[in-house]
Design a protein around this ligand. Sequence first.
Ligand SMILES: C[S@@+](CC[C@H](N)C(=O)[O-])C[C@H]1O[C@@H](n2cnc3c(N)ncnc32)[C@H](O)[C@@H]1O
Length: 383
Amino acid sequence: MVQFPSLPDAVRAHYEQYVYPQFPLWASVKICDTYALNLDAWWAWFNGEKLPEQEQKILLAGCGSFSPYPTAIANPAAQITALDLSNANLRRAKLHNWMHGYFKVDFIQGDITSAPDLDSLKGQRFHFIDCYGVLHHIPDVIAALNALHSLLKTGGLLRIMVYSQGARRSAQAIRTALRMLGVHTLSELKRLCRKAPDGSRFRDYLDATPEADFDSGLADLFLHPYARTYTLEQLLETLEATSFEPLKFIHWGALPDIASEIKRVQKIEKSNEFFTNFILFTGRKNDAEIRAEWQRIKSRKDPMIALNPVIQRSLPRLPFIPLNPEPKLGFTNPAITLKSQRLLARFRTPVRKSALKPADCNQVEQYLQALFLIEMASPSLSL
Ligand SMILES: C[S@@+](CC[C@H](N)C(=O)[O-])C[C@H]1O[C@@H](n2cnc3c(N)ncnc32)[C@H](O)[C@@H]1O
């Protein structure tokens, strides 16, 4: 009798065969472009506290072959653990980090679903877990989210990216059609891609999708053994079932306020015009009061404003050298002119909000929303 692998085994085999993503080892990332991966910045955003650098702990849950590198750039002092099912991805990620001089990341092979039981993770808790592009490949997503919940510290943050039904509609339809045609190997798939006629839905999709330009991207799109999609309602139900609450969406076009973004997406989904995957920060429901207390303190008292540590490291000493971080939060970044570089430089040492000149307040607010600046309770205020 033919033995078929279980779905998790098939997913692992897929990523052993197709290292993902497929960047050359020399591909580098500018320090300033990692500002949205900085733990200090997000911890201050949601919890209003400064985290001692040496205590910071980050877990990359389903790290793939590349993400440990930008995360290490963004968080040089943090203890970073990179977990993945696939040894091939882990080997490649380690090599990439080493090639670029980052040697501190711990690489662990294992399944997120049973991660809390792994010897190397037993008893560990993290401030930030990044699970980007992974949950939609896990058949038992509830078990995976429960596992991640148990690995978070109090106030801990989980960033997720999952496929939305709208964004993946064409990819899923093509994937189903290829399965029905019995196309299971990359060589067969590439042959079909070469033959796809101009003007066909398949050709249009290939041309519009950067993933289709490289082998492991093509395999991820169309040959993946398990790839599900989510409507917003399904995503919110899944989070609810695992005691997470959505905190902030950061996909392209997302509104800053969570409730408004939920309403906006629900409306666009109804007209089948939502074409973005979901990217969002979530937190444990049991920490809601900590976050709410920070929001109350922020508006009533006098918080400190500081530079995002990544922007601080990137801010040129010579103000005529431009600083231009790539947008990462779903909107175009406010421009950083020579004059505003001088304004940003004033926050190398934290400044009380009440000490801002009225003329600077508007720009400071824009830089706060863009995460170039961060706000936190001053040490004299206890949350
Ligand atoms: C699409 S890749 C995303 C990689 C990375 N997070 C990124 O954004 O570049 C999905 C990754 O999740 C890993 N993965 C899938 N299921 C997993 C599981 N149950 N436990 C751990 N890793 C898993 C795969 O091996 C693969 O490296």
